[in-house]
Design a binder for this molecule. Structure first.
Ligand SMILES: Cc1cc2nc3c(=O)[nH]c(=O)nc-3n(C[C@H](O)[C@H](O)[C@H](O)COP(=O)(O)O)c2cc1C
Ligand code: SF4
Length: 405
C-alpha cells in the first residue's frame, strides 16, 4: 500500500495488536479484530428470514471473522429500501434466533444493522412512503419525499427503539446504527439534504439532534451485555454535503455523549454518489440488467453521474479515518478497502480497534482463517463491484463458482 502519508512510529509505543488477538468492543469480547461489514444479502423475499440468510452468516462465522453484520434491517415499512428489506419486528424473533444461534455455534458474534432508508428508499413504497429531513425529489423513489414533522421524528425515535428491542430478543450481540451513506439519519447530518429551520436543522448541534435522540432511545432498551456502535459518514463525497470540517466535531459530540461503544467510519452517498464508498470498477451493464426496465433506463441515463468512477486503492479511507483517530479517544472501527494482512496490521498499529471488511469476505469468507494460519497474506477481491448488482438475487462474488458458495 501507499505509505507516503503514514505517521511516524514512536519507538516507545507498545507493539500493535495482531489481527488475530481478541479485543473488547464495549461489553463484548471478539475473538479477533476482523468484522464482516454489512453487505445487503438479497435473500429476504418480502423481508422474511430465509435459510439462505442464515447460511450466509454462518458461512462468514465459520471462515473466522469475529463478528458478522446482518445488513440493513429497517425499523419500519416506510424505512425499507425495497420490498425485500427486512423490517425488524416481533414475528421474526424465532427465525432470527436460528440465525444468531447458528453464528454463535461457530464461535462468532453477530450485529444487526438498523436504519431507515429515507431518501434512498425505492419507489415501491407508495403505501408506506419514506420521509426526508426536507422536502426533496429522490431519484431512488422516483418522486418527491415530504419533510418529517416533529411528530414524525418522535415516532421514528420510538420505532428505532422498538426495532433494537427486537434485535435484543433475537439474540443479537450488537446493534450497528446506520448513520452513513445518506440514509435517513445520515441525511439529517448533511447540509445539502437538511434545510430545516427548526431545532433539527442548521447548526451542527441541531442536525445531530435526531440521531442523538435515536442513540439515547436505543441505549435505553438494550441490555448491558449488548454493544451499540454507529456506521458514521466522515464525508458524503458530494459538493455541499457533509465533510470532515463538520463530521469531526459531530463525532466529538457523539464521543462526549458516551452512549456509543465505537464508531465505524465510512463515507459516500447511496443517493448521490454510489461509488464513493466502494472505489474500483463501475459495473454499469450489470446494474442496468439487474433493474426493472424503467429503472434500468434511468440508471443508463443518470448512471455516469450517480456512479462516478474512483480508482480502487488499498485502505482508501485511511487518510480521512486518521484524522478521527487523532481527535477522538473512543474505539474506532476502520472500514474501506482492507484486503491485505499488512493493512490490518497497519490500521491496528495506528490505534484502530477493529477492521471491518466487506468485499474481501464476500470473495472469500475463509480469509480470516487463512490469514491466521499464514496460508495467505491478501484477499482475492479484484474490485470489479459486480457483486453490487447481485443484491437483487442473492448477494455473492461473481468469481466464486456456484457450487462453492
Ligand atoms: C454487495 C454489497 C452490499 C452492501 N450493502 C450494504 C448495506 O446494506 N449497508 C451498508 O452500510 N453498507 C453496505 N455495503 C457497503 C460495505 O459495508 C462497505 O462499506 C464497502 O463495501 C467498503 O468496504 P470494503 O472495501 O471492505 O468492501 C455493501 C457493499 C457491497 C459490496
Ligand atoms: S464481485 Fe467479487 S471480486 Fe468483484 S468486487 Fe465483488 S467480491 Fe470483489
Amino acid at each position: 500500500m501507499d505509505t507516503s502519508a503514514e505517521p511516524s512510529v514512536d519507538p516507545s509505543s507498545p507493539p500493535s495488536p495482531s489481527p488475530f488477538e481478541p479485543g473488547r468492543l464495549g461489553p463484548l469480547r471478539l475473538r479477533n479484530r476482523i468484522i464482516k461489514a454489512a453487505t445487503f444479502e438479497g435473500v429476504m423475499r418480502r423481508g422474511a428470514v430465509s435459510d439462505e440468510l442464515i447460511d450466509f452468516h454462518v458461512r462468514v462465522a465459520r471462515g473466522g471473522a469475529a463478528l458478522t453484520t446482518v445488513a440493513y434491517c429497517a425499523i419500519s415499512k416506510g424505512g425499507r429500501v425495497s420490498p425485500d428489506t427486512m423490517v425488524l419486528r416481533d414475528e421474526l424473533v424465532p427465525d432470527l434466533r436460528r440465525l444468531t444461534d447458528g453464528v454463535h455455534a461457530e464461535g462468532a458474534l453477530v450485529a444487526a444493522q438498523l436504519g431507515h432508508a429515507g431518501l434512498v428508499a425505492q419507489g415501491h413504497n407508495r403505501r408506506n412512503p419514506s420521509i426526508a429531513p426536507s422536502r426533496r425529489f429522490s431519484p431512488a423513489a422516483t418522486g418527491v419525499l415530504r419533510a418529517a414533522t416533529e411528530a414524525d421524528i418522535d415516532d421514528l425515535v420510538g420505532q428505532f427503539a422498538a426495532a433494537a428491542r427486537v434485535a435484543a430478543d433475537s439474540g443479537f450481540d450488537a446493534v450497528e446504527l446506520h448513520l452513513g451513506h445518506n440514509y435517513l439519519l445520515s441525511s439529517f447530518l448533511s447540509p445539502n439534504l437538511n434545510k430545516r429551520r427548526d431545532e433539527y436543522g442548521g447548526s451542527i448541534e441541531n442536525r445531530l439532534r435526531f440521531p442523538r435522540r435515536v442513540i439515547e432511545a436505543i441505549r435505553e432498551v438494550l441490555p448491558d451485555e449488548m454493544a451499540l456502535w454507529a456506521k458514521f459518514n466522515m464525508a458524503d463525497g458530494v459538493a455541499k454535503g457533509l465533510w470532515l470540517d463538520e463530521s469531526l466535531p459531530m463525532a466529538k459530540v457523539l464521543e462526549a455523549d458516551g452512549q456509543l461503544d465505537a464508531l465505524e467510519l465510512t463515507g459516500g452517498s447511496s443517493l448521490l454518489n454510489g461509488m464513493y464508498f466502494f472505489r474500483g470498477d463501475v459495473p454499469m451493464k450489470e446494474f442496468v440488467a439487474a433493474q426493472p426496465k424503467v429503472i434500468g433506463w434511468g440508471v443508463k441515463l443518470y448512471g455516469p453521474k450517480l456512479f462516478p468512477k474512483y480508482p480502487f486503492e488499498e485502505a482508501f479511507f485511511l487518510d480521512f479515518a486518521r484524522q478521527f483517530r487523532a481527535e477522538l479517544s473512543m474505539p474506532l472501527i476502520y472500514l474501506g478497502g482492507a484486503n491485505e494482512r499488512a493493512t490490518l496490521e497497519q490500521v491496528l498499529g495506528e490505534g484502530f480497534s477493529f477492521v471491518a471488511m466487506a468485499r474481501a469476505l464476500l470473495r472469500d469468507p475463509d480469509l480470516p482463517n487463512k490469514m491466521a494460519a499464514n496460508d495467505t497474506d491478501h484477499g482475492l477481491c479484484v474490485h470489479c463491484n459486480k457483486c453490487m448488482a447481485t443484491i437483487y438475487s442473492g448477494t455473492h462474488c461473481v468469481l466464486v463458482p456456484e457450487d462453492e458458495r
